[in-house]
Design a protein around this ligand. Sequence first.
Ligand code: PLP
Length: 480
Amino acid sequence: MKGTPLVFEKSQPGREGFRLEKADVPEIDLTNTIGEELLGREPDLPEVSEVDVVRHYTGLSDMNFGVDNGFYPLGSCTMKYNPKINEEIAAIPNFSELHPYAPEELCQGTLEIMYRMQKYLCEITGMDYFTLQPAAGAHGELTGILIIKKYLEASGKNRTKIIVPDSSHGTNPATAKESGFEIIKVRSGKDGLVDISELQKAVDEDVAALMLTNPNTLGLFEKNILEISHILHEKGALLYYDGANLNAIMGIARPGDMGFDVVHVNLHKTFSTPHGGGGPGAGPVGVKAFLRDFLPKPIVEKKGDKYFLNYDLPHSIGRMKAFYGNTGVILKAYAYIRSLGAGGLREASEVAVLNANYLKKQLADLFEWPTDSICKHEFVASAANWKEKYGIRALDIAKRLLDFGFHPPTIYFPLIVEEALMIEPTETESRETLDAFADALRRIFEEARENPDLLRKAPHHMPSKRVDEVKAAREMKLKY
Ligand SMILES: *Cc1c(COP(=O)(O)O)cnc(C)c1O
């Protein structure tokens, strides 16, 4: 990146950051161990002092943007503030230093928390059993669809298709394909919801499941969910819940009560783990009782007052991950659930929905709206009017927002909305922040009118200017 030298460029011959003691053990010949070509060659390392290293990496971290720096309304991703107490709890050495092969008698505390977590997730989602193994939402989807596949095979049914709405997240069709299914897309109606007559036409005896998130990716509650569930079940197909949007409905509505047979929950989204840098996350999967024996093994169970890992699941799809899941993320989610309590979780969802509707109202006259309904925890605006009037696209708006100190919303998703900006403020933002964000968009709208070129070249105040995204993808340079 221009203006930001690599640590190698700061190298000065002979400069040291660290000096080792003279070795007090006998030297041995390493020729046979590491090979001749490496012996006698200086390692290719920068020669810098300790303070050079500290300033270099602190400088890089200053260029990063996270929820701890500012507003991060990245739709569908639930970038809420993550209380620091969760980190402290997950870092308690009794948890963090527990060896994964420790015998059950020596890890009763951790097993108890995993057991309780399975129960909490059952309670929150209305399911009967949970596995904590999957490492993310997409991994949960794969787990859930493999469970459905194995269940149908065990019942002697060979079903080849999975239905996804045209508003679905890309991981849904990707999961269906990876699990060996044909993908059937159903169109959304004008109201942004699953078109019931389209769905009816698509569901036949070859359909294994419909994958659906509720509220959907437009931030709208699928109010016909009971009818949808009936249509699927009547034909012997199952209903899969993509739980990425659970932050809208905690303590208010449960996918299990809506007729979903399998759900995944993105713990890192709804239950507060910092994410966005690539993990770790967790995507526990819950099932109705008839699917219990197909869960990955082991699951944590309790006999008398002892917790144990139960491997006795006759139809299990097998392991989905080494050991028992990303325990650190599970601990953070546990701390979060315990500190909010049932009432607090419900309040979090209520405020998330309130914040989204407040912000949507503030922006009402700036954008076009795919639907005019009240939204849940997020909403999708269309900048088609900006494009038509000023030639300004959603991408330009997103880049210019960076100059105002905001992380841009998700853009160009869902695919069914032209020039989409998908905005999810979350419950952890104050009214002042929401107003400041709305003000920034208002100013950018004025700029679009008065000086559209300024927007096309944005950002102007970032360490890196507008990047050539095509070139970045085609000519990836991953090595110095
Ligand atoms: C985030 C998301 C996923 C995928 O979850 P990961 O944890 O990122 O793998 C799936 N569906 C929707 C709607 C999402 O927002």
